[in-house]
Ligand binder design. Structure first.
Ligand SMILES: *[C@@H]1O[C@H](CO)[C@@H](O)[C@H](O)[C@H]1NC(C)=O
Length: 612
């Protein structure tokens, strides 16, 4: 799509002639496939002015000694991600059903919470947990465009223009959340629509976030005192930051630099990636990085720590490795190298097959603890957040020709589908535990006694943390613990295979739908459509309210008169930005936001890839 610029008819004719000449020269030089790139807009189109230039003009205390330019050169010719054949059955009714749910949520947000970060979907009120910058509005822009709600999109863009990023409702701003939701939302809405006002807003947010890098180490402050920053005070990077929060700025910052030609953002994020690359082999679990990093040292530390997860607080740092390769057309080979090391280490250490009553051949990503002596212990925790991994393995598998990863991707996705089906409402909880098969790759036949032993052991573990004396699980009258297990299973409402549920909520998260979508686009497998539909119907049934959809407290309970779980009166912006978008796209023509043209940020905002 060409970027629409305001041009009079007199300048139009030579302009068009030059465009065609360049186009044919490009075709002649580059052969078959022409990149569907957004041409870089003129500086005048996005340069912030007046109040929008506020963050640009705050004094800088620690300017970088140099700015690394964006990589140039011919992009790598990656293999296609999307399958060549898709099922013929029309999915129109399903797509419309998803759109209706979105439209209802949007109507309620517009009527009751316009301009607020979130609508409260039961009480019909408003909340501002993300700075009061209309998170739901900005996060929903590209979904409005994709669902062809163009009138609503136009109205939302006009409202977004007025968001005041010099003032926040919060004392402390989460830089990561602001980046993925606001910067990501504006960039993607611009990439889809070409509306320059959106790029201007993206630059405004980019200028603000760039200020969080004004530290002696040029590492960002991830939980940021934005008011002190606005006053121009000196600031320091923290000694402990979460891997995901420091490692997931690259995609948005790089896209912003690609669109503006201003390399400052890319340079800022690339310093983080360089430090991660340099220390990837010196961690306690080489290939993976520990959960926290130290950004206060002159040489930031990414290799001190013993806990390794691909789930909460680490997740998107891994997700962004293959996505950076996709975005940049492989112009920085380091990302592929980092991804391959991480994927191999994760597959070896974190992924496990659990015991299930149906002997399902599925995989789940757990947490690895590394001891002082280098020994590893797997904590068989499953998280809804970690369901993004199936999509990551599918994307990396296709992009880098790692055929074996496609099998891993399928089994990870099947693990999330299994987890949805295992619960009474057909909706997976936030975190729970499973019993790993005794030997990986070996016998994994269902063993009810083994499951019950693990239920008792897990309950003892959980109890020990609060009450050391309570050890009735090892009662002498019940040497195998079966009665104790049955009591726990009944009380905790544990489905067969699940050994504990430590966070019983479902908060409208997208990761399962996301991975089903990516794997569907990568394989064209018809059964994924059915899995997606079952998921969507189950989620909507369990979370629907008269106004919208709500997070629920406990996916194992039937609390209200309709037998639904109790609503928590919360609807985070990712419900409309991600969950509903992925469901809509899975039931759309595979050419709509093709993975061969776009790469999604971790908030489901598609950016145009550099493709050859
Ligand atoms: C934006 O917020 C700042 C700080 O509170 C305020 O001074 C300014 O007037 C606001 N701008 C607009 C247009 O409301």
């Amino acid at each position: 799509m060409l970027f629409a610029r305001k041009t009079g008819p007199a300048t139009l004719i030579p302009g068009v002639a030059i465009l065609f000449a360049v186009y044919f020269l490009y075709l002649w030089r580059n052969g078959d496939r022409l990149a569907v790139a957004t041409p870089r807009p003129a500086v005048d189109d996005w340069q912030p002015r007046g109040q929008a230039a506020f963050w640009r003009n705050v004094p800088v205390h620690y300017p970088p000694s140099s700015i690394r330019p964006l990589a140039t050169g011919t992009p790598v010719r990656y293999p296609p991600i999307q399958a060549t054949a898709f099922p013929a059955q029309p999915q129109d009714a399903r797509r419309q059903a998803v759109k209706q749910v979105f439209a209802k949520c949007w109507r309620s947000y517009r009527e009751l919470a316009w301009g607020a970060d979130e609508l409260t979907p039961v009480s019909g009120g408003r909340r501002d947990p993300f700075g009061g910058w209309a998170a739901t509005l900005v996060d929903s822009l590209d979904t409005l465009w994709i669902m062809d709600m163009k009138a609503e999109f136009a109205e939302a863009v006009a409202a977004a223009e007025a968001i005041n990023f010099t003032h926040s409702t919060l004392d402390q701003v989460n830089v990561f959340e602001t980046n993925i939701r606001f910067l990501g939302g504006f960039l993607s809405a611009f990439d889809l629509s070409g509306d320059a006002r959106l790029l201007r807003k993206a630059v405004e947010v980019g200028d603000m976030l760039y200020k969080a890098f004004d530290t002696t180490t040029r590492m960002p402050i991830t939980r940021w005192d934005i008011r002190a920053a606005a006053r121009g005070e000196r600031q320091a990077a923290p000694a402990s930051v979460l891997l995901a929060e420091i490692g997931s700025l690259s995609l948005e910052f790089t896209r912003l630099s690609m669109l503006t030609g201003d390399a400052r953002w890319f340079d800022a994020a690339q310093r983080i990636a360089d430090a991660m690359a340099a220390q990837q082999d010196s961690t306690a679990l080489p290939g993976l990085w520990p959960l926290t990093a130290d950004a206060a040292q002159t040489r930031p530390v990414f290799d001190a720590g013993s806990l390794f997860t691909l789930g909460a607080m680490a997740d998107s740092a891994y997700e962004y490795l293959p996505k950076m390769a996709a975005l940049l057309g492989g112009r920085l080979p380091g990302y592929q190298a980092m991804y391959e090391k991480a994927a191999d280490a994760a597959a070896r250490h974190n992924l496990f097959r659990p015991l299930t009553p149906t002997d399902a051949d599925i995989l789940v990503a757990g947490i690895v603890h590394v001891g002082e002596d280098g020994s590893t212990e797997l904590e068989p925790q499953a998280q809804h957040l970690a369901c993004f991994l199936g999509g990551m393995f599918a994307l990396g598998g296709r992009l880098f020709g790692r055929e074996k990863d496609m099998d891993v991707a399928q089994r990870l996705v099947d693990g999330c589908i299994w987890s949805y089906k295992a619960l009474p409402h057909g909706v997976m909880p936030e975190t729970f535990y499973l019993a790993p098969c005794p030997s990986p790759g070996g016998d994994c036949r269902w063993d009810e006694a083994a499951w019950k032993r693990e239920v008792v052991r897990r309950a003892g573990k959980d109890k020990k943390e609060t009450d050391d004396d309570d050890d009735d699980a090892n009662n002498d009258d019940d040497p195998t613990g079966t009665a104790a297990a049955d009591a726990i299973i009944a009380e905790e409402r544990l489905p067969p295979g699940i050994t504990a549920i430590t966070d019983r909520r479902y908060v409208l998260r997208p990761e399962a739908a996301e991975s089903v979508f990516v794997l569907y686009r990568a394989t064209g497998r018809a059964e994924l459509l059915e899995a997606a539909w079952a998921m969507f119907e189950a989620i909507d049934a369990a979370t629907t309210t008269p106004l919208a959809n709500s997070a629920v407290h406990d996916v194992t309970e039937a609390a209200d008169a309709d037998g639904k779980p109790q609503a928590a009166d919360a609807m985070e912006s990712f419900w409309m930005a991600e969950t509903l978008k992925y469901f809509y796209l899975v039931f759309s023509e595979p050419g709509l936001v093709s993975l061969d043209e776009f790469v999604f940020n971790t908030e489901a905002h598609p950016f145009r890839r550099l493709v050859r």
